[in-house]
Design a protein around this ligand. Sequence first.
Ligand code: GLN
Length: 239
Amino acid sequence: MEISIAHLYPKLLNLYGDMGNIITLKKRCEWRGISVKFEEIGVGDKINEHDLYFIGGGQDKQQQEVASELYSNKNFLTEERDRGTVFLGICGGYQLFGHYYQPFVGDKLLGISLMDAYTVAGKKRFIGNVTVETDFLTPQTLVGFENHSGLTYLQGETKPLGKIVVGNGNNGQDAFEGGRYKNVFGTYLHGSLLPKNPHFADYLIELALEKRYGEKIKLSKLDDEIELKTHNSLIGKAY
Ligand code: GLN
């Protein structure tokens, strides 16, 4: 089997080692004999069809550079979403999956509306460890690290990834973290996210394989003793 993965604008949005998510996706495929076709997309590059797109986080300035690039590919990426392609966006990348991100200073950045959500900059920067309880993963928890001033509000059919157990999440008010619509996932969890949440990595890989091959494919089990020991050590940890 094969899976094609694109990393969107890693030279601009790769804060707090978000690249670790790509390494995890690649390794967890290769360890199972699934070959990975990988492409880095830079500013000005044509975006080809893939099974999974990843975009990381960054400061407002880098987000401005990426926002116009992403927006120029909005129609294509919306068609990809509707084909069941998997998207994972972290923090700044997540914010651009919505309708817009209004930074504290400067113009509103138009997002690509892959999910019905919007973000406005808040006065306080949320920094610290986060524990989230989901209703679609086993184990149910996700752990990571947040560092954002953006406050994200979900609307319409957009669901959160889960409920905040520790930390602030989307906006520090509704106790939601992240967002999901179809196979588009966004989250504030840096860390990077997937090495410490191997069950979520496998969940995304299975969705991407289902989109590619048109049937549900159950991945073989890996020895995740170290990953889950790390995961469990962070559950409930605040600072
Ligand atoms: N610049 C955005 C914010 O502060 C995103 C930050 C990030 O990607 N960590 O909310």
